[in-house]
Design a protein around this ligand. Structure first.
Ligand SMILES: [Cu+2]
Length: 111
């Protein structure tokens, strides 16, 4: 019984330490004005930017986005240029300080 309780506690603790996206520009399903904008992703924990990756799908092409220096330890930022109007999907993969990688997709629209 005691072991079970401890196991549950550890599982919950490690889940909380994973990086979860809590704020972004663009917002999920939001609209940004193209062709250039500054992307910002804020997470619930500190991120290792050098081991994190961003890919952007737009107009049938997927490309890796080069990131700027992190404005704060929990935030990634990148200046994205040359986007075509229409649908876009940002795919993010980040390494949190606990050593776990999380991934997600952020669909949005460019106008
Ligand atoms: Cu974790």
């Amino acid at each position: 019984m005691r072991l079970t309780v401890l196991g549950l506690f550890l599982t919950a603790a490690s889940l909380w330490a994973h990086a979860i996206l809590i704020e972004s520009n663009p917002a999920p399903r939001g609209v940004v004005k193209g062709p250039d904008f500054v992307l910002r992703l804020k997470f619930n924990s500190r991120i290792d930017g050098s081991h994190s990756r961003l890919y952007l799908k737009n107009a049938g092409v997927s490309r890796q986005i080069e990131m700027d220096a992190q404005p704060s330890p929990d935030t990634l930022a990148a200046r994205v240029t040359g986007l075509a109007p229409g649908a876009a999907v940002l795919q993010w993969q980040v390494l949190a300080v606990d050593g776990h990688i999380t991934r997600g997709e952020l669909p949005f629209e460019i106008r």
